[in-house]
Design a protein around this ligand. Sequence first.
Ligand SMILES: [Zn+2]
Length: 96
Amino acid sequence: MLKCEDCSRNLDEKEALVHTDNEGNKHIICPECFKKATGVDYQTFAYRKENAKMTIISVLFCLAATIYAFIENGMLYGCLGLVLTVLVYLFASKAK
Ligand SMILES: [Zn+2]
């Protein structure tokens, strides 16, 4: 059984969250204390994290496609790919 380090509530293993504070120390806390510490609830936090990961993956994918297009089809397609990459990045970061 885990215990919230903040409010001393007993926690199930699956609802315990690890929060890293400003000094880089890790604390085991409950979802309520996570919300208090970060200002967002854990679902929002996890969603944003997942979203940021997806953005990076799509941008990397576009970059790879751009490099491929540049090698296969030349400068013009490379530039088009670059524009597309920027658009994907802007769209993905806006979707948050
Ligand atoms: Zn707590």
